[in-house]
Design a protein around this ligand. Structure first.
Ligand code: CS2
Length: 496
């Protein structure tokens, strides 16, 4: 094998030390996964490989990019779907080649093949990681967003669907029409009640196409909820280099991640599922407490660190928590503001969870860029941060740290760090939000104008005087400099 050869099935026998087990029987496709990003490849694909190694089953995965990313499809297919997971922890790097991904498609180019698979009775699970914006959801009603350009397109051209609700409705209709049992739809995104949220979007979309289809989906299709967790940054050249050093061959598309992983799944799969529990997944009746705890503790503090860091100039999450006051701020927020809003089983130790998160963030080997987490704030702020604020407000409790986090997002929308450096804003609502930020004559004026954005701020919150005031105070505090404001806000919390 030369240094220039690439990962391939033919070269696998030489890599027996880099696969989970030398035993491997190529599986047929049983899962179609929409949104073949890094997260899926370091999470569900690995759990599925371990499940197949332990219990067999035809649960090979067909991964689909919905963004027309033929480069990604071709890079993975050139390696026969193989890629390596580069786990980076304080104890070092470990590289494992994953085999469960057997085919990769790029929409809209591979539409025929995708619908052929979606119609195949052997495909029993369609899982989804398309990020919040991929749901095309009207946050006010929970239904599909009928003003969304993609949704409008898909309703007019259901046979050429491009969106998640459009594709799933067309595929489920095709199965219903010929009497093939429906696949289970498994949402793996960071959304509260992700299964129910996706069901509502798909059902409402389908009902506009055909009322009987909406009713059939409601009655016959399972949409279990899940809580997924693993920190998976974007791939860099350093990851390609680690993979090459470990494998002796080139991997163009490795995935970096932390050692930690968790998957809590609502066990509702009428057509069956891989034995994910043998890989450590927790199969439960109700995912809600885990899902909400993760969104409000992990994702909320991630976003808080990301916006404050974009302003203050820290590049990665590990750099941010290396700054003692920022670490103290999110520690205090979790302890005093967020954990008290959570209703979890007695066995769930929230303070131990908090400490474990801080340790994961500090992982010096994982350069998780704040700019990546800062994307799509309009989609992330409501479930991560506003949900806790609403709970605190309803209980008559303070939420200063959380308000500072929202104010940091507003300031971030101006596109300039404290030192004047500019950065791009990536958000499906970027144009509207950055215009509001640019046109506001003062931080307080931005609070007033942005609270009118109903897609982000629900009416009850936008009209709550305590919330409005706390956002104005926090915005003004940030005007003095991000780290000065952080120090000032730290004084509000009891010393722990
Ligand atoms: C992050 C998440 O990018 C982000 O917004 O907060 O992707 C986070 O890393 C994962 O949810 C961890 O499981």
């Amino acid at each position: 094998m030369t240094q220039n050869s690439s990962l391939s099935l033919a070269g696998l026998p030489a890599l027996s030390g880099r696969v989970l087990s030398a035993e491997w029987r190529a599986p047929a496709i049983g899962i179609v996964h929409l949104g073949i990003g890094n997260f899926h490849r370091a999470h569900e694909a690995l759990y599925t490989e371990e499940a197949m190694l332990a219990r067999g089953g035809d649960w090979g995965i067909c991964g689909v990019t919905l963004q027309g990313d033929v480069g990604k499809r071709d890079a993975l297919m050139a390696q026969d779907g193989l890629y390596s997971v580069v786990e980076r922890g304080p104890a070092g790097v470990s590289v494992t080649v994953v085999r469960s991904l057997v085919e990769v498609l790029a929409m809209p180019f591979d539409r025929v093949r995708l619908f052929e698979l979606l119609a195949d009775a052997r495909v029993k699970v369609v899982s989804v990681t398309v990020t919040e914006k991929g749901y095309c959801r009207d946050t006010k009603t929970g239904d599909a967003d009928f003003d969304h350009a993609g949704v409008i397109h898909d309703l007019a051209h259901p046979d050429n669907a491009t969106t998640v609700p459009g594709i799933l409705s067309a595929a489920l209709k095709a199965r219903r029409d010929v009497g093939t049992p429906p696949f289970t739809v498994l949402s793996c995104d960071n959304l509260s009640h992700n299964g129910a949220a996706l069901q509502r979007v798909v059902r409402s979309f389908a009902a506009r196409l055909d009322a009987t289809l909406g009713a059939w989906i409601a009655e016959h299709v399972a949409f279990p909820s899940t809580m997924v967790d693993r920190i998976v940054p974007a791939t860099t050249d350093a990851d390609r280099e680690s993979a090459r050093a470990a494998l002796g061959v080139t991997d163009d598309v490795p995935v970096p991640c932390e050692p930690f992983r968790q998957w809590v799944i609502e066990d509702r799969f009428p057509q069956g599922r891989p034995a994910w529990e043998v890989a450590g997944a927790q199969l439960v009746d109700d995912v809600t407490p885990f899902e909400i705890a993760k969104l409000r503790m992990l994702n909320a503090t991630h976003s808080t660190l990301a916006y404050l860091s974009m302003l203050a100039g820290f590049e990665a999450i590990s750099d941010a928590v290396g700054h003692a006051p920022l670490r103290a701020l999110i520690h205090a927020m979790m302890t005093h503001e967020i954990a008290p809003t959570l209703d979890v089983p007695a066995s769930f130790d929230l303070l131990a969870y908090r400490d474990a998160l801080l340790e994961r963030y500090a992982n010096p080997a994982l350069k998780h860029r704040c700019a990546q987490i800062a994307m799509d704030g309009s989609q992330k702020i409501p479930p991560r941060i506003l949900s806790s604020i609403s709970a605190r407000l309803d209980a008559g409790q303070s939420f200063d740290g959380l308000a500072l986090a929202v104010a940091a997002w507003l300031r971030f929308l101006r596109g300039r760090a404290d030192d004047g450096t500019s950065y791009p804003i990536s958000d499906p609502m970027a144009q509207r939000l950055t215009e509001l930020a640019a046109n506001a004559p003062s931080p307080e004026a931005l609070v007033t104008s942005i609270l009118g954005v109903r897609e982000v701020f629900p009416e009850a919150l936008a009209n709550a005087p305590v919330f409005v005031e706390s956002l104005k105070v926090a915005s003004k505090a940030l005007d003095a400099g991000t780290l000065i404001a952080v120090d000032e806000y730290l004084r509000i919390f009891p010393q722990t």
